[in-house]
Design a binder for this molecule. Structure first.
Ligand code: AP5
Length: 212
């Protein structure tokens, strides 16, 4: 049976960075709803046009749109053994629907990794974040600088301004943080991870929790 892992935490807590390392270490795909939406925006599809106004304002994209994307991604052959969920579920309705989709597809949740990072660290991280538009790799101007070969082409995300980051933190507290209680009452291990260490230290802590 496919075993899935949810990465839960505030915007900028390190889910994407750690999700990529964990996916590589476990040989599982990382499914990131934010990445799928940004690719749709880049391609100018109808989905991208609809999603962009929510994303740029720091608001959540409607649940039905997200759940359609998740259903498609989980049905792909590369997710047959399990997957790392980065950026979903993000609302109670998404969590319930993800449970149903997993049951339909013969999958189950094996763990939730909860990232704990204070707001001021998050604002500093996100305003310094840069992304390589060609590979999707994520960097930080100080903590994880892009290598010289890609330094000229990295871009800043439209939703990484301080004002939008602060709105996203409010949305996280209102809509997503309550999911912690939901998973605490489910029979799934929740691994709390201090996300303030450097990238390698956080990865080591996650590996110890997941494989220990
Ligand atoms: P999404 O792309 O999911 O963004 P997010 O959850 O807000 O998270 P981020 O990608 O901003 O941060 P992260 O936790 O991945 O941190 P990262 O590793 O990059 O969503 C974007 C938007 O899409 C949403 O606002 C919403 O509109 C929409 N959306 C997506 N999913 C949705 C859903 N399910 N429902 C509804 N709407 C949805 O790290 C951040 C920075 O810090 C980087 O620069 C990194 O290099 C650096 N860094 C990471 N770790 C460390 C460390 N340990 N030390 C120092 N620096 C570090």
């Amino acid at each position: 049976m496919a075993k899935d892992i949810i990465l839960l935490g505030a915007p900028g807590a390190g889910k994407g960075t750690q999700g990529a390392l964990l996916a590589e270490a476990l040989g599982l795909p990382k499914i990131a709803t934010g990445d799928i939406l940004r690719e749709a925006v880049r391609q100018g599809t109808e989905l991208g046009r609809e999603a962009k106004r929510f994303m740029d304002a720091g608001e959540l994209v409607p649940d039905d749109v997200i759940l359609g994307l998740v259903r498609l991604a989980l049905a792909l052959p590369n997710a047959a053994q399990g997957a790392i969920f980065d950026g979903f579920p993000r609302t109670a309705a998404q969590a319930e629907a993800v449970d149903r989709i997993q049951a339909e597809l013969g999958r189950r949740l094996s763990a939730v990794i909860l990232f704990e990072v204070p707001d001021e660290v998050i604002v500093d991280r996100m305003t310094g974040r840069r992304t390589d538009p060609e590979s999707g790799a994520v960097y930080h101007i100080r903590y994880n600088p892009p290598p010289p070969a890609v330094r000229e082409r990295v871009i800043q995300r439209a939703d990484d301004t301080e004002e939008t980051v602060r709105r996203r933190l409010v949305v996280y507290r209102e809509m997503t943080k309550p999911l912690i209680a939901r998973y605490r009452s489910a029979a799934v291990p929740i691994h709390r991870v201090d996300g303030t260490g450097d990238i390698e230290a956080v990865h080591a802590a996650i590996m110890e929790q997941v494989t220990g």
